[in-house]
Design a binder for this molecule. Sequence first.
Ligand SMILES: CSCCC(=O)C(=O)COP(=O)(O)O
Ligand SMILES: [Mg+2]
Length: 212
Amino acid sequence: MTHTPPKAILLDIEGTTSSIRFVADELFPYARRHLAEFVANNPEVAAPILAQVPGDDPVATLLAWIDEDRKETPLKTLQGLIWARGYADGELKGHVYPDTPEALRRWTAAGLMVSIYSSGSIAAQKLIFGHSIAGDLTPFLSGYFDTTTGPKRDSDSYTRIVDALDLAPSELLFVSDMAAEVDAAHEAGLQALLIDREGGPADIHSLAEVLP
Ligand SMILES: CSCCC(=O)C(=O)COP(=O)(O)O
Ligand SMILES: [Mg+2]
């Protein structure tokens, strides 16, 4: 099938711009280690977030959600707040594959608008790209979307994103490592590519393969 060239690109983070290992082995354990202390030391910030967590012991529920890699909005909000300190003091540096900054530079130089759609909160997205191992990449990003727009496996979320970006669905190209997300984007009429950083069956294996 032939496609018209996209006017904008929408990128997933974990498994697409950045490694799954960084998220699983550095970000999530950092949040796990600091969660109880953050909640205790920041009661006013934490209270409205904890109010969205079911059960009598929200901290235990949140820790279980981290272990299960649940993409729950209150957890993602709290993780973003906790990671801020790790990035500020240099303990965390956002992983990006070498082709990620190269692609961001290439696409923006060609006039393409680049946005992010991740289960990580918008604050967390700005941190990983603002404090990346390749420096501050936020000047190359013009839009950020998270689970407050809707789940990534729901086609309505992609319709909301193209509306927010004032694009026709076919003008936006989404790249993700999750087939269910790519399918949902296709269902909404977007162009979409499945990426596999480990070289398995997929449309692409690097952002260097994405035009122009
Ligand atoms: C913003 S970096 C942390 C990513 C994160 O928390 C996550 O759950 C990854 O989800 P993605 O949608 O980027 O695969
Ligand atoms: Mg992903």
